[in-house]
Design a protein around this ligand. Structure first.
Ligand code: MG
Length: 235
């Protein structure tokens, strides 16, 4: 053997120009929210225009309007989003800054695969429901929360489940995620959709919108900014 025998020269990885600063969308990203409008989002209930509040470059949950989801559907991707629990937030447990990002929305309401968003800064709850949990399946590997009033980042790699033509599961959904640069999910394998009640199970789908949760807890609503996604080829 020569060194050349183990060199791979093709295919050449695509050139992607990074954002001007960390977390700015790179050149091949689909920008889902840049502070200006909600044209990429619709009501998860009926597909009508999303009615959350956009002001000052921020997107703030409008709880009465319900969940919103992307117009586009995605399969495998890298997602970046930033979220902030309001300073002085009140409430406890699941009732303090609750929202969530459904990495695949498989129907109206909370159907899908939720990466939990919550104020988990000095706020105890069931650990598989705290911020960074894949809801009721995988607690985060660490609590990387900044206090309310400060921005949090999520960087997520979503690998969609694959189903055979007859609907049987071929390979499960997988999630790797960082919060504020800290690894919180390491190639976690899901047992199905994230359910509030009962044991998870899979329902076949191919691609799906990304959904943000308008949780009904009584605390002040959270805000989002700088949301982008990069589609990935199937493994
Ligand atoms: Mg939630």
């Amino acid at each position: 053997m020569k060194p050349e025998n183990t060199e791979q020269w093709t295919p050449v990885p695509p050139v992607v120009t990074p954002g001007a600063r960390d977390a700015a969308p790179p050149s091949d990203a689909i920008v889902l929210f840049d502070g200006k409008g909600l044209d990429q989002w619709v009501s998860a209930k009926d597909g009508s225009p999303a009615k959350w509040n956009v002001a000052g470059g921020l997107l703030t949950v409008e709880k009465k309007a319900g969940n919103i989801e992307t117009r586009r559907r995605f399969r495998n991707y890298q997602l970046h989003l930033e979220w902030r629990v309001p300073k002085g937030v009140t409430g406890a447990g699941q009732g303090r800054g609750n929202s969530g990002v459904f990495l695949a929305s498989t129907g109206p309401g909370d159907a899908g695969y939720e990466l939990q968003i919550l104020d988990s800064y000095k706020n105890a709850t069931y650990v598989n429901g705290q911020a960074g949990a894949l809801y009721k399946q995988h607690p985060p590997l660490a609590n990387a929360m900044r206090p309310p009033g400060e921005w949090q980042t999520y960087d997520v790699v979503w690998t969609a489940p694959v189903f055979a033509a007859d609907g049987a599961l071929t390979s499960p959904a997988r999630v790797t995620a960082f919060q504020n640069g800290v690894l919180i999910q390491n190639d976690a394998v899901l047992s199905g959709e994230t359910l509030y009640i009962g044991k998870p199970f899979y329902r076949p789908f191919k691609d799906a919108p990304i959904k943000l949760q308008a949780h009904g807890d009584p605390s002040a609503p959270i805000s989002f900014r700088n949301i982008w996604v990069r589609e990935l080829a199937s493994p």
